[in-house]
Design a protein around this ligand. Structure first.
Ligand code: ACO
Length: 415
């Protein structure tokens, strides 16, 4: 059987043969030979990258970074080891780990500039607005990032500073959103330094820092989601990494993507009590509401990150005390997993369903949740950006199907 596809245009009888690679992908641009376009707004069957970073099998509920199962990474590694793995392709040796940790946790960052940016926002601003624009502000300060677009060594050398800046930007944005002020602080791990800098979780720092470290590992990359697609698409215009991060984080902010973790907590609070769950489920089935934190474009069985998060929730609630919203979430999950509406559509809890309960137990407000997603995802975005820049690419410029009016003249009298 040849590794090819025969495509016949029944309107003209013309046939083309296109090659199919070992991954089942064919060059869709060959369709132009038939005068055809593939129409795929949500990119359901369109690959836009060959990537060696993250592997997902949505049917089997498998997620691996550089070949390592997410469950093992969550149990046995630190966030900065995972960051190193994503960026460099291998887990660091002990010596490499120390150098990388020191470079990130001790990076010389222009803290005053970041604080000024954060403080320039009016009270009540969403911390994601601060973070998104903060990346552009950092881009203004790092003119050398423009040359790094074409310089792999410079891109890699910038990573520790970019991670340290992201830590401060995210932590200060969160602190400002609750009226807190903190100074730049140290920490033994990335998550511990993040907690200290944001002024959250001090009561049980050790337990909360390890829990947050695991949550950061789970969120570090997820192949070509909407945010990473934005990172690559913007980067394909040879935009520098900081301004590309602004676009990627803006995509993440949406409630169908990373913004779902904040929406889940608001939904649980609105339901308020286990007894109200059946009513809420009926509203979802009548399409008056969406069950936030459920469903995924890729996972059609279970989201392996959600499974790990459940144990993180248990660990943090053991020290922070019980949360009645956990009961509401568990009841929602139980009913939904038995209901034909959700079963037939293969809708399961995703990473955002339980993460908010863990963040809340650590002491974060719902507005902080998407920042807590964006901060660790930054290394994923930067790794994809670097991978793309190191290979061959053209500017991402989709085609459209024009459905507007034909040419017409502006009337002489428009009164
Ligand atoms: N609640 C109720 N119904 C849902 C939900 C949900 N959360 N998700 C999907 N459906 C229904 C859709 O209405 C559709 O039904 P239909 O076929 O009768 O019209 C069917 O399930 C298929 O859904 P699509 O929207 O086609 O699935 P898609 O892959 O495009 O969307 C998405 C995936 C955006 C995650 C969707 O499931 C959703 O909106 N979930 C809630 C938001 C959320 O939790 N987002 C976080 C995702 S994980 C992440 O980004 C980190």
């Amino acid at each position: 059987m040849p590794d090819s596809l025969s495509i016949t245009d029944n309107r003209t009888g013309k046939t083309i043969e296109v090659s199919v690679d070992g991954h089942g992908a064919f060059p869709a641009s060959e369709l132009k030979k038939l005068g055809l376009l593939s129409f795929d707004q949500p990119l359901l069957a369109t690959a836009t990258a060959r990537s060696a970073i993250t592997f997902i099998d949505g049917e089997a509920g498998i997620l691996r970074y550089r070949g390592y199962p997410i469950e093992q990474l969550a149990e046995k590694t630190s966030f900065l080891e995972v960051a190193y793995l994503l960026a460099y392709g291998e887990l660091p040796t002990a010596a490499q780990r120390s150098v990388f940790e020191a470079a990130v946790l001790g990076a010389q960052v222009d803290t005053a500039r970041i604080r000024k940016h954060v403080e320039s926002f009016p009270a009540g601003s969403h911390p994601m607005s601060v973070l998104i624009s903060g990346y552009a502000a950092l881009g203004a300060a790092h003119q050398e990032a423009k040359a790094a677009v074409h310089d792999g060594e410079a891109r890699k050398a910038a990573l520790p500073t970019q991670l340290a800046e992201t830590l401060q930007l995210g932590a200060y944005a969160i602190a400002a959103s609750i009226g807190g002020t903190t100074g730049a602080t140290s920490g033994a791990t990335f998550a511990e330094q993040f907690l200290r800098t944001s002024g959250v979780g001090a009561e049980q720092l050790e337990v909360f820092a390890r829990a947050l470290e695991v949550l950061f590992i789970l969120h570090a990359d997820h192949e070509l989601n909407a945010g990473t697609n934005a990172m690559r698409a913007i980067g394909s215009a040879e935009t520098d990494a900081y301004h590309s991060l602004a676009g990627a984080s803006a995509a993440l902010y949406g409630p169908l993507h990373g913004g779902a973790n904040e929406a889940v907590l608001k939904m649980l609070a609105k339901i308020g009590d286990v007894k109200n769950v059946p009513d809420f489920i009926e509203h979802v089935k009548h399409r008056d509401e969406k069950l936030m934190g459920f469903g995924h474009r890729v996972y059609k069985n279970f989201d392996p990150r959600a499974t790990v998060i459940k144990s993180v929730v248990d660990e943090v609630l053991a020290v922070s005390g019980p949360d009645p919203l956990l009961g509401v979430a568990q009841e929602l999950e139980k009913i939904a997993l038995e209901d034909e509406y959700f079963v037939s559509r293969k809708l399961y809890p995703n990473v955002d369903f339980y993460s908010g309960i863990a963040y809340k137990a650590i002491g974060f407000q719902p507005a902080a949740f998407t920042v807590l997603f964006a901060v660790p995802r930054t290394i994923g975005w930067l790794s994809h950006y670097d991978e793309m820049m190191a290979g061959e690419f053209k500017i991402t410029r989709p085609a459209q199907v024009y459905i507007g009016s034909d040419e017409r003249s502006v009337p002489a009298n428009r009164g």
